[in-house]
Design a protein around this ligand. Structure first.
Ligand SMILES: *Cc1c(COP(=O)(O)O)cnc(C)c1O
Length: 398
């Protein structure tokens, strides 16, 4: 089987919920050729869901899988996380993401946490996707969408703005609106949610605004089954008493929000590896340089190796500011410059790596390549380490 066929077969098997393995047991061996690739572990995703569920006090989890499941591949991640009992459903931001989950045979509820055009909303409603209304005219608009979709009831999660200033209806004029939506024929307010600013001083105020509004509208018939505010950050840093659901993304993929790893509250593991094969091993003479701008000049004879993975694949340019790569159990510093499709590592006095060796640029295998370590060393957000992974990377479930 050639690599493309394998990757396709793996994708199909993953969509069906199976875990493809090669005869050798190590999927990376089956990937011939020198393109970088992504390995995603269904088992680790489910273990992280267990940890998140425990952190959340066993409340159901709305798994946020926007932006191609944070770079890991929505068609790979959806079915894998769907099998986790802790996961109630999925949160996405774009209609195409909801359709991708459905096309991957995900049957758990999906919430679109963004604005859909009327036509998109009708398509989504027909497929059972929950909308997150926040416009003034929602009571009327939702009725129109329900009728055009031809569905008996339209479950929605009301999106409230308690201070984020991004999406949601501003909380200070939401009361009558909430009651009106809840009272509209055929519309079920299944959930109500808000997004926290993750500002230590302000999150508590946002939660106070949110829960006060929930209390005030209860007598008027607004009785959602689910209320949610907590993203990964709040799981580690903020109590949200009384709310019945949590809504993390990052933690499910095994990375920690900034400052959370040190708290020791959960044992998450990166659920993916960014890998590439060594394509060149050479010895530099003193004075020889590496990559654009001659950022690195050898002071003594030294071996270097080239990996065919660069910033266009999602490996950060700023990795040269201290990141390391794992090859054959040892770590090697990234040097020179990360170009679009290549990165170069310093090997040392001896050629301890060979062309064709597997390299792990990001993954769970060593503290140096943990996504949070890479983010810290490169001086970037850990969200960028995941979210910038190219959707074009071949991927395989392991
Ligand atoms: C992205 C997102 C989340 C998840 O955030 P994490 O920090 O990745 O846990 C939750 N809610 C909304 C509205 C989001 O856009």
């Amino acid at each position: 089987m050639d690599r493309r066929t394998f990757v396709r077969a793996a994708g199909t098997a993953a969509a069906l919920g199976a875990l493809p393995r090669t005869a050798a047991g190590a999927p990376s061996r089956a990937l011939s050729g020198y393109e970088p690739w992504l390995e995603v572990s269904a088992e680790t995703l489910r273990a992280n869901a267990r940890e998140v569920g425990r952190l959340a006090g066993r409340r159901p989890v709305l798994a946020v899988v926007k932006n191609n499941a944070y770079g890991l591949g929505i068609a790979r991640v959806g079915p894998a996380l769907s099998a986790a009992p802790e996961v109630w459903g999925f949160g996405v931001v774009k209609p195409a993401e909801a359709h991708a989950l459905l096309d991957a045979r995900v049957t758990k509820p999906i919430l679109l946490m963004g604005l859909a055009s009327d036509d998109d909303a009708v398509d989504l409603a027909r497929r059972g996707v929950r909308l997150a209304p926040f416009s003034n005219d929602a009571p009327r608009a939702l009725t129109g969408i329900r009728q055009r979709a031809g569905v008996g009831t339209l479950p929605v999660h009301l999106y409230l703005d308690t201070g984020m200033g991004r999406l949601g209806l501003p909380y200070h004029r939401a009361r009558g609106w909430m009651e009106e939506v809840a009272g509209a024929a055929g519309i079920t307010v299944e959930g109500i949610f808000t997004a926290l600013t993750e500002d230590d001083g302000f999150d508590a105020e946002q939660l106070t605004r949110f829960t006060a509004l929930l209390e005030e509208t209860r007598p008027g018939g607004v009785r959602p089954a689910y209320t949610h505010a907590a993203s990964s950050h709040a799981l580690f840093f903020r109590q949200d008493p009384g709310l019945t659901m949590v809504r993390p993304g990052l933690a499910l993929f095994g990375a920690y929000p900034a400052g959370a790893r040190e708290r020791g509250l959960a044992d998450l593991e990166p659920a993916f590896r960014l890998k590439a094969k060594v394509v060149r091993v050479e010895r530099l003479r003193p004075g020889d340089s590496v990559s654009y701008g001659r950022n690195y000049v050898a002071e003594r004879p030294v071996w270097v190796a080239t990996l065919p993975v660069g910033h266009a694949d999602g490996y950060p340019r700023k990795a040269v500011e201290g990141a390391e790569v794992l090859i054959g159990g040892r770590t090697y510093p990234v040097i020179g410059a990360v170009s679009a499709s290549h990165a170069i590592v310093e090997i040392g006095d001896w050629p301890t790596v060979a062309v064709g060796d597997d390299a792990v640029l990001v993954g769970p295998d060593h503290p140096a390549v943990h996504p949070n370590t890479l983010a810290e060393r490169a001086g970037i957000s850990v969200y960028d380490v995941l979210m910038h992974l190219s959707a074009g990377l071949p991927g395989v479930m392991v």
